[in-house]
Design a binder for this molecule. Sequence first.
Ligand SMILES: Nc1nc2c(ncn2[C@@H]2O[C@H](COP(=O)(O)OP(=O)(O)OP(=O)(O)O)[C@@H](O)[C@H]2O)c(=O)[nH]1
Length: 402
Amino acid sequence: MGIVTADRLFQRQLSTIMTMRYAARILSPNPQNTKSNFIDKVRLYVRGGHGGNGKVKYGGKGGQGGHVYVVGEKGATLRKLIRKNPSKRIQASAGCDSTLRALLGAPGENVELMVPAGVSVCLDSGEIIGEVNQFGDRVLIARGGEGGGPQNRFLPQQGDAHSISLDLKLIADVGLVGFPNAGKSTFLKAVSRASPKIASYPFTTLKPQLGIMNYNDHRKISVADLPGLIEGAHYNIGLGHSFLKHVERTRVLLFVVDVTGFRLSLNHQERSAYETVLLLNKELELYKEELVTKPSLLVVNKMDLRGTEDIFRRLKDQILALKESASSIPHDLASEEYVNFDDIISISAKNQENVDEVKEKLRMIIDRYDSLEKEAELQDNLEKAQDLTKSRLSEHTGKGLV
Ligand SMILES: Nc1nc2c(ncn2[C@@H]2O[C@H](COP(=O)(O)OP(=O)(O)OP(=O)(O)O)[C@@H](O)[C@H]2O)c(=O)[nH]1
């Protein structure tokens, strides 16, 4: 009887795993879709440390098990967190036992998981147990167990154990990235009902301006026009970090460059459209290298101006040959890694030319991104089911059922 039950349980769980594997396979992207390494959601299994044993004879108390925290840190990314903890299992250490020399056992060591600002911590039930909104914020995600002692009849407690998700809170699906005057506000106005301020002087946009792109099938995609970026933003020049921190919290980047180039003021060097793209890349990378791995699209604006066709053609060739020509790029413009644009599209935001093409392309990228996320979620569930199967089987084995 017992054998049949365990066998059935195993069969059922195996079939769940196979179904998930199949689903993961059909959702798996084609090779050209796998380039984004940007991570905005991580699922972890966390466990607080076990409490130490008390010393019954002398009333000694075992040490408190270590806690697990999530802490906001400048420069942290979810990708780095995974690199550091590839098993995605985090366990704080146990409290020390009470001994004759140390009746009060030392507490176990805490574990701190460093995350960027703008992360919410959720349980599998969807309940949010805390948020990291700025550097230094600290959320307790798994409490260590109490040490054994007179207060608990010398029975040390286990630490909390559960799965949690760390989600980077997004401000919008698409973030517009470009130097001042590139035409970001004009583009936003062309694709949505937002009415951002438009002027022919830089820094018209001071706060992220949100717009919603509506599609015929009622799909909605949000776009944030982010405050103007300039050379040196990673040093916090101009609107610097206040701009860059918003970039992190969008799913797709839409680079907008003026086909005629950019010059901040007469005291600044004149930059061609190609140099502008290189500088934008560099600013993002210097702030956080992971940003250049985000899914991105490049739009070259102001194509209604005369003589711009040739510039666009040249620019496109230069960008497509970027990787091969990387070693010849001057140091002040060079990056370690270059954005892999999904497409390069010429537009005139002012005359609304080609903006619908950009809108459609953005939708395609986001849909692909969604399927990648679903695949990762399925993979997580698959691992969870495998773990569950293993632990159930070992339980049954322990009871002599199989
Ligand atoms: N000829 C031409 N001019 C454009 C086009 N798009 C924008 N402009 C002009 O470029 C100037 C700057 O446009 P904005 O949309 O304010 O630029 P922005 O990138 O949002 O600028 P910031 O708010 O400073 O970041 C304005 O004078 C626009 O009218 C275009 O497609 N063609």
